[in-house]
Design a protein around this ligand. Structure first.
Ligand code: GRF
Length: 201
């Protein structure tokens, strides 16, 4: 930690943020690192994964952040999983939720309760390419630019109001992997900026 860094636990009077993940957690890490800065107006109070084996869970733990699992397979239906998720968020006193590679669509009850308080980062310039394989689809379409979007979450996949986007040029010899790498770098810059702005409001 550098001199401008602070432990998340020591931050007072900042918005409490919970990050939802399902996998490697690189966007989660970019948010955690940003929030470790003493002037960042939010603190990450917890990480919840829909996948018990997500590598992001271990990363969160090494940063001293509490974790929980919300695995759809352990519930009889999605509404019950959402309800349990809401309970954990409430017990952690979450004020903002950041989806970072969370591979489950949240239901209406959840998204209405957390309306304008839940954001997601998606690897395309929405409304283009909702869902998966966004990089290959942008290449197949012959697009010249691609990028990422941060948007509010509603119960329809990748369809909530767009907050901000970051464009990435598609280079002549790009393949899905090289393009994904550059878009991910843009995501890591964009997402903490949006969280800071939302938390400061
Ligand atoms: C990112 O590309 C994000 O845009 C999308 O899922 C991916 C998650 O990657 N929603 P990571 O787990 O943050 O590394």
């Amino acid at each position: 930690m550098n001199k401008n860094a602070t432990s998340q636990k020591d931050k007072k009077n900042t918005k409490k943020v919970v990050i939802l993940i399902s996998g490697r957690g690189s966007n989660m890490l970019s948010l955690i690192k940003a929030a470790e800065h003493k002037d960042f107006p939010a603190k990450i109070v917890g990480v919840i994964s829909s996948n018990p084996d997500a590598t992001g869970l271990e990363i969160a733990k090494t940063h001293g952040i509490k974790t929980a699992i919300n695995d759809l397979k352990t519930f009889s239906n999605k509404a019950k999983a959402d309800l349990e998720l809401m309970k954990v968020l409430q017990s952690w006193q979450a004020q903002i939720i950041c989806l970072a590679g969370f591979m489950r669509i949240l239901g209406d009850d959840f998204t209405k309760q957390w309306h304008k308080k839940t954001i997601n980062i998606h690897p395309s310039l929405l409304p283009k390419y909702k869902g998966l394989n966004t990089h290959q689809r942008a290449l197949d379409a012959g697009d010249k630019t691609h990028g990422c979007t941060v948007h509010f979450v509603i119960s329809e996949l990748d369809a909530g109001a767009i907050i901000v986007q970051s464009e990435v040029d598609i280079l002549p010899d790009d393949d899905a992997e090289t393009l994904a790498r550059r878009v991910l770098m843009a995501e890591h810059i964009l997402y903490p900026k949006v969280l800071a702005k939302l938390a400061a409001e």
